[in-house]
Design a protein around this ligand. Structure first.
Ligand code: DAK
Length: 260
């Protein structure tokens, strides 16, 4: 697919995916959502030697300033429900992606932008990053999972406050609340994300995939995460990677994992 609103750069297996609508502060319009879905469901799974994906926003001001408000005017109850359901598919595809996905948050991450960052497995915030769910300012609620994932990350008390007041929090507050993994100097977000992906790339790939699945299972309706872990643990012990990891430990050498 030729992307209009996404830039895709593959640097030795680390893919940097930039939402590229700088004039609209990278707001997620319908086209961008379709492209994100296509990337995560069709293109990314076929990338040879993929170590992980970093999502960031074009320019210095915004990661993603939300869903595109200018498209909201055409919504009614039916279209709103359809739009939310389509959005959930996209964000679940990111959350369930078998390789690590990191949000490099370089500025405003508001509304759908905060929701996009929360669908990623890890979040790096630059010092200028600002997070918030300001939908109630518009008389709507988050529609891409924000009422659920924000509670998972920062707890019910603070999530309820942010969702009802529409207040923004800065990078340090996001770190203190457990919303982001690291805060770095502005402009260093992608570098830090690459460093984490390089570290993770040295681990057993099947084990990393199973970690993602098990952590997600913790929040899946009708799934017992402990049972899921038992099954996934069994599966990892049957891999060639486990034999290689154990042999390397005993022989005091670095493992050479094959992802099998
Ligand atoms: N959508 C469309 N355009 C946006 C935008 C957005 N979310 N945010 C900014 N822009 C555009 C502005 O309109 C402006 O365009 P021009 O006027 O130059 O054409 C340009 O980006 C620069 O923005 P500003 O001039 O406003 O820049 P400032 O530095 O003054 O302010 C700001 C930056 C981020 C504080 C401000 O732009 C702002 O408050 N933006 C809106 C933030 C916001 O409310 N975000 C949440 C949007 S609601 C659902 C699914 C999803 C959602 C809801 C329902 N369903 C399925 C039903 C999610 C909702 C949201 O995300």
């Amino acid at each position: 697919m030729n992307y209009e609103n996404l830039l895709v750069q593959n640097e030795d297996g680390i893919v940097i995916l930039t939402v590229n609508r700088e004039k609209a502060l990278n707001a997620l319009n319908t086209q961008t959502m379709l492209e994100l879905k296509h990337f995560f469901t069709e293109d990314a799974p076929k990338i040879e030697g993929l170590k992980g994906i970093i999502i960031t926003g074009a320019g210095e001001k915004a990661f993603v300033a939300g869903a595109d408000i200018k498209e909201f005017l055409q919504l009614d109850a039916e279209k709103g429900r359809e739009m939310a359901a389509r959005g959930h598919e996209v964000f679940f595809a990111i959350e369930r992606f078998p390789k690590p996905v990191i949000a490099a948050v370089n500025g405003f991450a508001l509304g759908g932008g905060c929701e996009l960052a929360m669908a990623c497995h890890l979040r790096i915030a630059g010092e200028k990053a600002r997070f918030g769910q300001p939908e109630v300012n518009l008389g709507i609620i988050p529609g891409y999972g924000g009422t659920q994932r924000l509670v998972h990350y920062i707890g019910r008390t603070k999530a309820m406050e942010l969702l009802m007041t529409a207040d923004m929090i800065d990078a340090q507050q996001a770190l203190d609340l457990g919303l982001v993994n690291h805060v770095v100097a502005a402009g260093e977000e992608v570098t830090k994300a690459k460093e984490l992906l390089q570290k993770i790339a040295g681990k057993g790939p099947v084990a990393i995939q199973k970690v993602i699945e098990c952590v997600n299972a913790c929040f899946e309706d009708g799934v017992n995460g402990f049972d899921y872990e038992v099954k996934a643990f069994g599966e990892t012990t049957a891999t060639e990677d486990f034999k290689e990891g154990a042999a390397a430990f005993i022989k005091k050498r670095k493992p050479n994992f094959k992802g099998k």
